[in-house]
Design a protein. Sequence first.
Length: 252
Amino acid sequence: MDLGLADRVVLVTGATRGIGLATARAFAAEGARVALTYHEDREGADRLVAELGGSERALAVRYALDEPGSPEAAVADVARRWGGVDVLVANAYRRGPRRGPTVRFEDVPADQWRATLDDNLAGTVRTAQLVLGHMRAQGWGRVVLVSSHIATHGRRGQEVYGAAKAALHGLARSLSWEAGPDGVLVNTVAPGLTLTEGVLGALPPALREQERERTPTARLSEPDAVAAALVFLGSAANTNISGQLLHVDGGR
């Protein structure tokens, strides 16, 4: 299947590890030019640029969800190099501090939960605003927002993070109405527990096995499985899917 991504400009936020890294590689394999963002790991970003074909095919840009003006600077860097963003994969996130078992939800400080909302929602909203003009002008664009299974399944101690991730689907639903007539499709992908290096390092094998046994397919997703869904929704092969929430979680 031709995904129609040759020389399309794809911005993948949070691209130096996990799902973002797999997604950047997958888009590059389809011939796209990939702008990949990093927060602190500039060396890792530079290595990925080299892997994806060097400066003609990839661009590393710094992007920090908690810094005002960072989305503007990142999108401006891409526009200077390649004219604009054709596909946005908004994958960057900050989970924030986990609420301890003895701390009640009502005792979480306002500055803490507001930061979680800002980091995981406000930055994505602003980035979508910044790329939409180019997409509208050319009559084609794709926006894919990366949510989380916590948004729909919930998790104790992750109430505000789950709320921020759930809000991404609301954003996609309404933005699909706003931008659809101009050829821009907007969707959300909610990965389940995915075997990223972070999960492998933090979740003991016994707990991973428990999660696997609770999954209808009897296996947890690899990052490549999530990347495949993101690439399809962000491609020309997706001709009329918009405003949808796709779970990649083995049927959970």
